[in-house]
Design a protein around this ligand. Structure first.
Ligand SMILES: [Fe+2]
Length: 318
């Protein structure tokens, strides 16, 4: 599929597992300006992810929302502050993308729509994998079942937001590519059988086939791959992005790599393959885990940027 090049991508981290007010600007990372009364405008961290992403191609601009944090409390609080800080126009956002149907990615969505539906364009749409609205949980032996949530599709539609279910790679406004279902290629990026989903009343292993990543082609630099939780495997995701677009160069890999608590050999294999893509920038977020961040920084300190909620990445064409 031909993915048209964009001239600029601006990614604002709205919710992440980390908040650090003291980080310095670094490469394309611009830290949130501190307010005079710092204590009144503090962002919160939580185990979740949400981003505002804006790309442009010539005079055409595509703003979108990618995921919605874990809780209404944090998502709405952080979004409100960042909309003020950066002058975000919610009225221009007709595209929302949900990566997958886990609570730490859709948690703030319904509360956001209830509060801000009037501010969004009438034709606002939510793009998600076809399995994003199923009931999910974790069932480890000898442990209580842990509910991973279930997003209420009817409640979203009742708020006048259209839902587009994605299976195949899909171009958004000629700028961003929704991955579609991500092919699984590596031997080590395996989803444990403790992840469960209800398919037509049947309790089955949840391999999250519908998980979506967002991919851009930044002019003169290469692919920019945004993962959310990376259940499909961040290496699989980058391979998929390359194959679908036919673009080999990888400029940036940004998002959750889902390796917190993972076995050491899986972390090592992932780091080897990520470095093998030779990206210019790696921004590990959310569920990546400190061991993987350490391992990446050991291998390629100049490529790795530590994220904090509120950080804005300004990626520009080469
Ligand atoms: Fe997650």
């Amino acid at each position: 599929m031909n993915l048209p090049e964009v001239d600029r991508i601006r990614i604002t981290s709205v919710v992440d597992n980390f908040v650090d007010l003291l980080l310095r600007d670094e490469g394309p990372a611009r830290r949130r300006p501190r307010r005079e009364r710092v204590f009144e405008g503090c962002l919160c961290a939580e185990h979740g992810l949400a981003e505002l992403v804006e790309s442009s191609r010539g005079t055409e601009v595509l703003p979108l929302m990618f995921d919605f944090g874990a809780s209404p409390l944090v998502f709405l609080h952080n979004l409100d502050l960042l909309v003020q800080d950066y002058g975000v126009d919610l009225g221009a956002i007709r595209t929302m993308v949900l990566s997958h149907g886990h609570w730490d990615h859709f948690g703030g969505l319904l509360a956001f729509l209830r509060q801000h539906r009037e501010s969004l364009p009438e034709q606002a749409h939510l793009y998600a994998g076809e399995d994003a609205f199923l009931a999910r949980w974790q069932a480890a032996p000898r442990q209580p079942r842990r509910d991973m949530g279930m997003l209420d599709q009817a409640a979203i539609e009742a708020l006048g937001v259209g839902i587009v279910k994605v299976r195949e790679p899909q171009l958004l406004s000629g700028q961003a590519l929704l991955s579609g279902e991500i092919a699984r290629r590596t031997s080590y990026e395996v989803i444990p059988s403790t992840m469960r989903v209800d398919r037509d009343g049947e309790d089955i292993h949840d391999e999250l086939p519908g998980e979506q990543s967002i991919v851009y082609h930044l002019r003169g630099k290469g692919l920019v791959v945004l993962t959310a939780c990376g259940h499909a495997g961040v290496v699989n995701t980058v391979m998929h992005a390359r194959e679908v677009t036919g673009v080999e160069e990888v400029h940036a890999i940004i998002g959750g790599f889902h390796l917190s608590g993972a076995p050491q050999d899986r972390i090592q294999s992932t780091v080897d393959d990520l470095i093998g893509f030779d990206p210019d920038i790696i921004v590990p977020m959310h569920c990546t885990g400190i061991e993987t961040i350490d391992a990446l920084r050991e291998r390629a300190p100049e490529k790795v940027i530590f994220n904090s909620a509120g950080t804005r990445y300004e990626l520009t064409a080469g």
